[in-house]
Design a protein around this ligand. Structure first.
Ligand code: PEP
Ligand code: MN
Length: 230
């Protein structure tokens, strides 16, 4: 975690994500280190001076996670977990709300309304690809949804090109496409050595990959009036 945090900080990341409670499709896959994972992530984030976000999968974890994270992520599998949405709606922590894999844009925006109407207005929408007939990529990145939501709501929208494609070579081009259609940011999987990652190594970028990604995004970042280290 510390090695990866140092890499992403060096090349210009503005936040750190780490999964401590992981919603794995198979119960036999690595499930996360839970509280210990939160501690590791908080330590790594503080070392490099970045805010951090981690996925919440259970309303009963709000109090525990509140002390460690700067933002909650609601993953695709929990986009319509209304008890969870109401619980985090009662906090003031930023929420990254990911689109469910088979959710319409309307369902996504109504899920955001659950958080908003409970009192938490700090919501970032995340397009992470949807399920279609197409099997070559892990999911189908719906960039039309990004442009649509940017046009229809005031909420910031980010894109997750890692889960959207499942293929590390596609992360850079789809990130540039996301920036071109108005996304406010990306959330991307990075590992200092993807070959030994306990989760999603095939779609994780190493240091070189992340450096190249950020280099390719530089014109968009500058156009947005931001500066990028390196
Ligand atoms: C994640 O972001 O770690 C994740 C599991 O992605 P998703 O919920 O989009 O499948
Ligand atoms: Mn993942």
């Amino acid at each position: 975690m510390e090695k990866t945090a140092a890499i992403v900080k060096q090349y210009g990341a503005t936040g750190l994500r780490g999964g401590a409670f992981k919603p794995r499709t198979s119960p036999y896959s690595f499930q996360g280190l839970e509280k210990q994972g939160l501690e590791l992530m908080r330590t790594a984030a503080d070392q490099v001076g970045l805010p951090c976000v981690s996925e919440i999968i259970d309303p009963n974890h709000v109090n525990l996670m509140h002390d460690y994270v700067d933002a909650f992520q609601v993953g695709a599998r929990n986009m319509q977990n209304y008890g969870l949405l109401k619980a985090i709606g009662q906090t003031q922590k930023t929420v990254i709300l990911k689109r469910g894999m088979s959710a319409t844009i309307e369902e996504l925006l109504l899920a955001a309304e659950y958080i908003y109407s409970a009192g938490n207005k700090n919501i970032i929408i995340c397009e992470r690809g949807i399920r279609t007939f197409e099997k070559a990529l892990r999911n189908t990145l719906d960039l039309g949804a990004v442009a649509y939501i940017k046009n229809k709501s005031h909420l910031p929208v980010i894109v997750d090109p890692s889960h959207a494609t499942g293929i590390r070579e596609l992360i850079s081009p789809m990130s540039r496409a996301a920036a071109a259609c108005g996304a406010d940011g990306i959330i991307v999987e990075v590992h200092y050595e993807p070959e030994i990652a306990l989760s999603d190594g095939k779609q994780s970028l190493n240091e070189e990959g992340f450096k190249n990604l950020m280099r390719g995004l530089k014109p968009f970042i500058q156009a947005a009036g931001k500066t990028l280290a390196q």
